[in-house]
Design a protein around this ligand. Structure first.
Ligand code: PFF
Length: 454
């Protein structure tokens, strides 16, 4: 196992796993999904899925990974159930699809670092032109992918662990400071109310569907990332407390991002909350406002630091996204880590080109028809979000739990989870896995499939 690389310590693993979870999904994805999904009601359903469903999926992935010591696909073979490795293959596909669009957004964020440095707060008004210029944003995306491939080619432990320990807390401090600032802007409270006071009449199946997808995406679950990372951790680690810490950190940062952005929506819209884009452009049009408010020089410095930290958060996620297909091809096709990293990142970059072109440059990809509602033209990037985040990840997570409970067998799953966890026999986790999950899992599948069919 040493040859595959190991985390240098438990903290190293937590930092890398939390680094995978915390990323654009929290700061870019969560606010826009919440804004489109009716505000606080979306947040409630999202929290439910994070804790009730995703947390056990995380435990299951870690247990499968640690027991097998293999990648997302090979893990199933190593446990003696080769027939089920299609779950891992679905994960590799999801990873490639997600990374393909994720890298486009990361490229935008990377470009914004320079826009903020030059004090271009007016970019808010010209966001469409910004993304339409695919040669510029494509190059930023390309550089981002190269950085990801470079880190993955060097192996999972090392620099990234150390950097995550310093930069992630810096990002949190910065976001909390921005919350304190934005709360005092005029009409901030209208945004906060929308984010925190649920309107139950807005609860629909499609809100639940998107909230579930967002929960899986934000926690990096359902595609084997945590199988892969689990394969690098020690038998003495307590999987339950690690999973709890990662989940709490991730959810906490999503809520912080919401508290930072919704007051701004209140402010920009003059309290009406309308007229502010609610799609993938959300953070790119709201945040420069706050930086502009702070003042030209200070705002430009703060904006530049903010987007650099955001890029770093995205990088620890893209690394984990690429790690899934890369560790798969290393283990299964016996090619070197270096070759695997460059090859897979090249392929994924190409898959991302329609997402890159679908934000103004190409009319075809900008109005790609979504499979969820044939009547609503949707850009290609949002289409992939629908397919990969909202469908493949929950499906993958549900399949993993089904596999662990019924094929690998619950006793084996529990034996792995109880390792490093004193008092497991009497814990609530055991009761939850035995009595609640068997009901929750089919219920979730029914919601999901009814959504796809309707
Ligand atoms: N969780 C990451 C985010 O919220 O930005 C995205 C992600 C990373 C999804 C890794 C899936 C994954 F395997």
């Amino acid at each position: 196992m040493a040859a595959r690389g190991n985390f240098s310590s438990r903290i190293g693993f937590i930092a890398a796993a939390a680094g995978s979870a915390v990323g654009l999904g929290n700061i870019w994805g969560f606010p826009y999904e919440a804004g489109a999904g009716g505000g606080a009601i979306f947040v409630l359903v999202y929290l439910f899925f994070c804790f009730a469903l995703c947390f056990p999926v995380m435990l299951t992935e870690l247990a499968i990974g640690r027991k097998s010591g293999r990648n997302a696909v090979g893990a199933f073979d190593a446990l003696g159930h080769k027939k089920w490795n299609f779950i891992g293959k679905l994960g590799v596909l999801s990873g490639a699809l997600i990374l393909s669009f994720y890298n486009v957004i990361a490229g935008w964020a990377f470009g914004y670092t320079f826009e903020m440095a030059s004090g271009n707060f007016a970019i808010t008004e010209h966001f469409k032109e910004y993304t339409t210029n695919i040669y510029a944003v494509g190059i930023y995306g390309f550089l981002f992918m190269v950085s990801t491939a470079f880190i993955v080619s060097k192996g999972v432990s090392g620099g990234i662990e150390k950097a995550a320990k310093i930069l992630m807390p810096s990002l949190i401090v910065m976001m909390v400071s921005l919350i304190l600032y934005s709360l005092f802007l005029p009409n901030a409270m209208a945004g906060i109310k929308f984010f925190l006071l649920p309107d139950f009449t807005k609860l629909t199946l499609s809100v639940a569907f998107n909230a579930m997808g967002q929960a899986f995406f934000s926690l990096s679950l359902g595609m084997g990332t945590f199988i892969t990372y689990g394969s690098y951790i020690s038998k003495n680690d307590n999987l339950v407390s690690s999973a709890a810490l990662i989940t709490l950190t991730d959810v906490g940062i999503a809520i912080i991002a919401g508290l930072m952005i919704f007051p701004l929506i209140g402010f920009i819209s003059g309290g009406t909350l309308s007229g502010v884009g609610r799609g993938p452009e959300l953070i790119f049009v709201t945040l420069p406002h706050i930086f502009g408010e702070i003042g030209p020089t200070a705002g430009s410095i703060v904006g530049m630091i903010f987007f650099s930290l955001l890029c770093f958060a995205a990088l620890t996620s893209t690394v984990s996204l690429l790690e899934v297909p890369v560790s798969y091809v290393i283990d299964e096709f016996k090619i070197s880590r270096k070759k695997a990293a460059w090859l897979m990142s090249g392929i994924v970059y190409l898959i991302g080109i329609p997402s890159l072109m679908g934000n103004g440059y190409s009319a075809y990809f900008s109005e790609f028809i979504t499979y969820v509602s044939a009547s609503a033209p949707t850009d290609f990037l949002s289409f992939i979000v629908n397919v990969a985040n909202d469908s493949f990840l929950p499906l993958g997570g549900a399949l993993m739990i089904f596999f662990a409970a019924h094929i690998w067998k619950r006793e084996n799953l529990e034996a792995e989870i109880s390792m490093g966890f004193e008092g497991y026999e009497k814990s609530w986790v055991r009761k939850y896995l035995r009595f609640v999950m068997p009901i929750l899992l089919p219920a979730t599948l029914i919601i999901m499939f009814s959504m796809i069919v309707l």
